[in-house]
Design a protein around this ligand. Structure first.
Ligand code: ADP
Ligand code: MG
Ligand code: ZN
Length: 501
């Protein structure tokens, strides 16, 4: 039996646990800085000098008392509202006990049976019919520190200890690696659009554990799951899950049993490897933290937070399609990053002034989407650069659209201008003038060269006159060639036809 038919007898079940680091200025239970610079792009404190951002609370000195960060709660509520969760009016912080050198108190403050948000969902569209992935809970917790192993000794760095996290736990609703990837991207979009998380997977401020099991197709009971820890890119998550599904099917096929364990993903070999058998909840001895009173959230607070929620990726996607007539593909590429989506909307804002007519604006908006998802993305990918770190501004794209729509510049010329702007950041108009990219639309000059071509190709001219209309393309081409590509082709065609009629 080949692999595909073996896999067809089984179905995978996947649930994701995602940790998102909240982008607050200070830590969750003390005033230590959680990131170096406030706001976006702030470098993580974990990257600077060891134990620079610590105090008695986050380094676990006896008697030091935690005080909850209001902003972190606000961010957690935003996450809950944006994922259609219920915001619990009362939630409880609990101690999760375990021993590890990067955990000075001997327990992590987390939430257990009474989390802040419950029972939400996110929609994904990997197939024609969108699918709702349920979210069981979102709870708040503090991050642990980090052990750094150097030659001959180790350092415990507590810069990260006490940094606020939310853990978003999905129901086991996904059935393929592709669905898991789509869910993770959707969730990433939500937290980054909300501005509550930097969403950088490489830096670990958005990380995912994937629970994977397999069962015979149509079975009522799920199989035993393995948990794959901390994979640091969307692509690797999907690959790790794909591998794990295949591995478990092979185990079952061979008459074995899948063991409940924690596994790691080795991206170099594209395999998952066993790390340890899984702890049970009872091993953590959860109990309410006596240092923190239950968290009470007033309705009025939730209502005011609701009003702060910006347009989210799913809504933006739908609006880009209905308002600008974009394809699903273009809309998808544009909304994938908040920066790109905002850049694109800025472009449209500029174009709105140049094209007051809604019909023209729609055409111009589509053209702007093509430039952004096509040539601009190509340049960004080629150099592995973020849009914010490039010299291209929304004005550049808007100018490209205007100059090509009005046929002042050919699309080839426009591409060339963008290539220069990419390097120098100069305005498109400046580049077009300097590099002589303006199309010759001066009829006088064009007529002279058209006359030359008509005189130079009598046979083709005769064919055209005898009814072989397609030959006009050849003649246009000759005029273009003579103009060094600068003539406006549709104008050339128009003039040629007039002269030959
Ligand atoms: P724990 O807290 O021990 O990690 P949970 O019951 O909270 O366990 O589940 C954690 C995650 O595992 C959730 O995302 C859930 O959807 C997922 N999950 C639970 N059972 C299975 C299963 N049999 N197969 C795949 N995923 C599962
Ligand atoms: Mg878990
Ligand atoms: Zn501190």
């Amino acid at each position: 039996m080949n692999m595909t038919s073996i896999q067809n007898d089984f179905e995978a079940v996947i649930g994701l646990e995602v940790h998102a680091q909240l982008a607050t200025d200070s830590k969750i239970f003390c005033g230590c800085r959680a990131r170096l610079l406030g706001g976006h792009g702030g470098e993580s404190v974990a990257d600077v000098a060891v134990n620079l951002n610590t105090c008695p609370v986050c380094s676990g000195h006896p008697g030091a008392l935690p005080v909850l960060n209001r902003k972190a709660v606000e961010f957690a509520i935003m996450a809950g509202l944006a994922t259609h969760c219920r915001i619990n009016p009362r939630s409880v912080f609990a101690r999760k006990s375990y021993f590890y050198p990067d955990l000075p108190k001997g327990y992590q403050i987390s939430q257990y049976d009474q989390p802040i948000c419950e029972a939400g969902w996110l929609e994904i569209s990997t197939s024609a019919t969108p699918k709702k992935i349920r979210i069981d809970r979102i709870h708040m917790e503090e991050d642990a520190g980090k052990n750094i192993h150097l030659s001959g000794f180790s350092v415990v760095n507590l810069n990260r200890a006490g940094v606020p996290l939310i853990e978003i736990v999905s129901a086991p609703d996904m059935r393929t690696a592709e669905e898991a990837g789509a869910y993770l991207r959707a969730l990433h979009g939500v937290v980054t659009y909300l501005g509550i998380c930097d969403g950088n997977m490489q830096e670990g401020n958005f990380r995912c554990d994937a629970n994977v099991s397999v069962m015979p197709k149509g079975a009522k009971e799920f199989g035993t799951r393995a948990e794959i820890k901390n994979v640091n890119s969307f692509r690797f998550i999907e690959k790790a899950i794909e591998f794990e599904i295949r591995r478990q099917i092979e185990v079952l096929r061979a008459g074995g049993r899948v063991v409940q364990e924690t596994r790691g993903y080795d991206s170099a070999r594209n395999v998952t490897v066993s790390l340890r058998t899984k702890e049970e909840a009872q091993d953590y001895r959860y109990f309410p933290d006596p240092d923190l009173i239950p968290l009470r959230i007033e309705d009025s607070w939730v209502v005011s937070i609701q009003s702060m929620i910006p347009e989210l990726p799913a809504q933006k996607f739908a609006r880009f399609i209905s308002e600008f007539g974009l394809s699903q593909y273009d809309a998808d590429v544009l909304i994938a990053s908040k920066t790109v989506a905002e850049f694109y909307e800025e472009c449209v804002g500029i174009l709105r002034v140049a094209y007051p007519d809604p019909f023209d604006l729609r055409a111009a908006s589509k053209a702007a989407a093509n430039w952004t998802t096509g040539e601009l993305m190509r340049l960004l990918n080629e150099e592995g650069r973020e849009l914010s770190a490039s010299k291209i501004r929304s004005e550049h794209i808007a100018d490209l659209v205007r100059l090509t729509q009005s046929r002042v510049v050919s699309s080839t010329g426009a591409k060339q201008a963008l290539g220069v702007a990419w390097k120098t950041g100069e305005s498109i108009e400046t580049i077009v003038e300097r590099e002589g990219l303006r199309q010759v639309s001066d009829t006088g000059a064009l007529e002279v060269s058209i006359d030359k071509i008509i005189a130079g190709f009598p046979a083709q001219v005769a064919e055209y006159k005898a009814g072989k209309e397609k030959i006009i393309g050849f003649l246009v081409g000759q005029v273009m060639k003579q103009s060094g590509g600068k003539a406006n082709p549709s104008l050339v065609q128009e003039l040629l036809k007039k002269k030959l009629s």
